[in-house]
Design a protein around this ligand. Sequence first.
Ligand code: CP
Ligand code: NVA
Length: 303
Amino acid sequence: MNLISILDLKDWKAVLDDARKMKRAHPLTYLRQRTLGLVFEKASTRTRVSFEVAMTQLGGHAIYLDWKSSQLGRGESIKDTARVLGRYLDGVVMRARSHRDVVELGSHAAIPVINGLSDLEHPCQALADLFTIREREKGFGGVKLAYVGDGNNVCNSLLLGSAMVGMDMVVATPKGYAPPRDIVNRAKKLAAKTGSRVELLRDPAKAVEGADYLYTDVWVSMGQEKEEAERMRAFQDFQVNRKLVEQAGNPLIMHCLPAHRGLEITDDVLDGKRSIVLDQAENRLHVQKALLVYLLKRNKSER
Ligand code: CP
Ligand code: NVA
């Protein structure tokens, strides 16, 4: 089984429950002698370190493979890479420019493939974010997450994830930067089943009204550097600052990090008492440990 979209994880409840247990104690032996590969085409601090530490704490090992210094950088196909890596490794995390490459790796590797961020989704981040919210709530029903900024990979996984667990999510983006229609449609369909709400707005002040959690992410994601000037103009009124936080009614503040201080979020809000961004970062480790045990320990025939 792969985790390419957050919706691949039907057993999200069990994985989040295990993550809660693993947060309290270090399980040392679950993945003894297992090896995880990290194939990264883009920069990373949290995803790389949390997966490497997760494997250490589980008694296994991780190997980081930089795209450029591997044969992928010289043109070896994803298909051949997947088939070879499947002969050595027990699982692979891939961070890629193109979502299609992660799907391609997943379809040719005989081992679990985890999306460590693509242009379309960031499922591990959203799972850790759901865990971070769940730690503070009795359940997801009636909880409102407001997202202000770019309808990007993080926003997409949060939309699908919120709908999957039954949490309300309202997104405010500038015109032209809304999440893809297909993601929104899937989230709305799922939300109808789980009894939650998905709403897309243009007005940040309206979107944040009564929010329990207020989330933002960078205006320029990795790979979009050429669009920087036009994005700076488009997102000007979408900053998470004290005024917006007050309009929301003092929600908890979330950001996947890295943050561009003074752009999508101000220093005082990011570092303020209501900020839970470091808990989000820490929880990447606990949730990914549970996820790795879930995916790598499954019977090979189930893959
Ligand atoms: N949030 C996150 O994925 O951070 P990195 O880019 O540092 O991995
Ligand atoms: N949306 C950001 C998330 C980084 C963790 C990016 O893709 O660069």
